[in-house]
Design a protein around this ligand. Structure first.
Ligand code: NI
Length: 203
């Protein structure tokens, strides 16, 4: 009894079609994504910020509603960061110092490393950059949700050891108005003067 030879020509054809469909799907998805980003930017205000549930530096549960009525300078980072976070948070502190002491602006540090940054850690860290600075932490799920609304990327750096790891994260300072709306953002290129002058326009 001889086995029937496999219909290789048909198998190759089916696999070929599958590959073409898969590539078309990936291409269509990325095309769709880039159009989405363009739409949001051309539509005016970027869709940044939104609801969150976190824990403040005194251990109290807070949401975005607790900060309505205050202009915010929001930065996501982590207290073990060796370079970028301290530089950017010091910049925020310097910008706030250029404004009147009673200016309605609250700097907010949100950790993206809740595993190591608890209530005590974010409190000490935030206060070291400015007495007005709020420190927020939460569960990993809460942090992920908050970072998502601000379009902040973060991930544990797998190249570093397990006990003394670093975090990869986007470094953007968001300026949110008293209604919780996005006003502007600043990068590592921005100066304290630029931040202060933008905030001053809104006060
Ligand atoms: Ni950092």
């Amino acid at each position: 009894m001889s086995a029937k030879p496999l219909p290789w020509n048909k198998i190759v054809l089916v696999l070929g079609i599958a590959v073409v469909l898969l590539l078309a799907g990936i291409f269509g998805y990325s095309l769709n994504r880039s159009f989405t980003v363009v739409d949001e930017v051309s539509g005016g205000k970027a869709l940044v910020g939104g609801p969150f549930q976190l824990v403040n530096q005194d251990g109290a549960a807070v949401t975005e509603k607790d900060y309505l009525g205050q202009n915010l300078l929001v930065y996501f980072g982590f207290t073990y960061c060796p370079d970028v976070c301290p530089t950017e948070l010091a910049k925020i502190g310097a910008a706030v110092d250029m404004l009147p002491a009673d200016a309605n602006v609250t700097p907010v540090f949100i950790t993206i490393d809740p595993e190591r940054d608890g209530v005590e850690e974010v409190k000490t860290y935030a206060e070291s950059f400015h007495p007005k600075m709020v420190g927020l932490t939460g569960s990993l799920e809460q942090i992920k949700a908050a970072a998502k609304t601000y379009r902040v990327y973060f991930a544990k750096n797998s190249g570093s050891g397990t006990s003394d790891y670093l975090m990869d994260h986007s470094s953007i300072i968001y300026f949110m108005d008293a209604k919780g709306g996005y006003q502007a953002h600043f990068t590592i290129e921005s100066t304290p003067e630029e931040i202060a002058s933008k905030v001053r326009e809104t006060l």
